[in-house]
Design a protein around this ligand. Structure first.
Ligand SMILES: [Ca+2]
Ligand SMILES: [Ca+2]
Length: 256
């Protein structure tokens, strides 16, 4: 009889322990789920490298890679000596990419010298997509600008669409340089497009233009500039937009 009671007691104790273990497990899971440290996961701001010639204006691109859906954000951008945001009578030239829905963006220089931007939607709609350009800032370089220099993005705050919780992002930075070689930019104007293919064909035909940049044209970096590098340039352009336009211009250029 006492053995039977012992068995029942043992059973009760073990099921009690199991229950305790499960409760503890669920508690830990919940801790991770509600912790703000984990809520933002890998979402981040990216600033791609930018080439800017001294004394010129360029568009700085700020990108967002995200898993969560966000409706609003704010951030502060800090420019190095020799680089500043373009200001017109209408204010700073900051614009949202096609990832906006009905969002508005505002920008102004704040007391510590940073350009503060804030974007929101009038009916709390989400920003579209999960990667790529988020917004653009027109920047101008002084005639004495000498790179490479760093552009920093700080105090980055995003608001989730679902529960309106704030997510603090890690700071981001990008390089701005006047010497940078952009692979495929054979004529050194800061962009890779059909004119670089024309410049490279001219080089292959032994009639290179004055602005031809060998290092940029050697897309596969094998020390030669030939038709394989043109294939590489076509790939680079195809990944961007304007592929159709490129084909039309190419047909015109090679017909004569
Ligand atoms: Ca170019
Ligand atoms: Ca090559």
């Amino acid at each position: 009889m006492s053995m039977r009671i012992d068995n029942i007691r043992n059973l009760q104790t073990s099921s009690y322990r199991r229950c305790l273990r499960v409760t503890l497990f669920l508690f830990v899971i919940q801790l991770f789920a509600v912790s703000p440290l984990w809520a933002g996961n890998d979402d981040k701001i990216v600033v791609p490298k930018l080439k800017i010639n001294p004394g010129t204006t360029q568009q700085l691109v700020i990108q967002l890679t995200n898993e969560e859906e966000y409706t609003a954000f704010q951030a502060e951008i800090y420019f190095p000596d020799g680089i500043s945001p373009v200001k017109t009578d209408d204010g700073y030239c900051v614009s949202l990419s096609s990832r906006k829905t009905n969002h508005t963006i505002s920008a102004n220089i704040v007391s510590d010298g940073g350009l503060k931007v804030a974007a929101y939607s009038m009916n709390n709609e989400s920003l579209k997509g999960n990667s790529g350009d988020l917004f653009y800032i027109d920047i101008v370089s002084e005639s004495t600008f000498e790179g490479p220099k760093t552009i920093e993005v700080k105090e980055i705050l995003f608001t989730k669409t679902s529960d309106r919780k704030e997510i603090e992002f890690a700071d981001a930075s990008g390089i701005v340089d006047n010497h940078m070689v952009i692979l495929g930019d054979a004529n050194g104007d800061g962009q890779v497009n059909v004119t670089d293919i024309v410049a490279t064909v001219n080089k292959i035909m032994d009639k290179p233009s004055a602005d031809f940049n060998f290092e940029a044209a050697d897309v596969n970096m094998d020390g030669f500039v030939n038709v394989t590098d043109i294939v590489g340039m076509v790939n680079i352009i195809m990944k961007g937009s304007g592929a159709r336009e490129m084909m039309e211009v190419l047909e015109e250029d090679f017909d004569d």
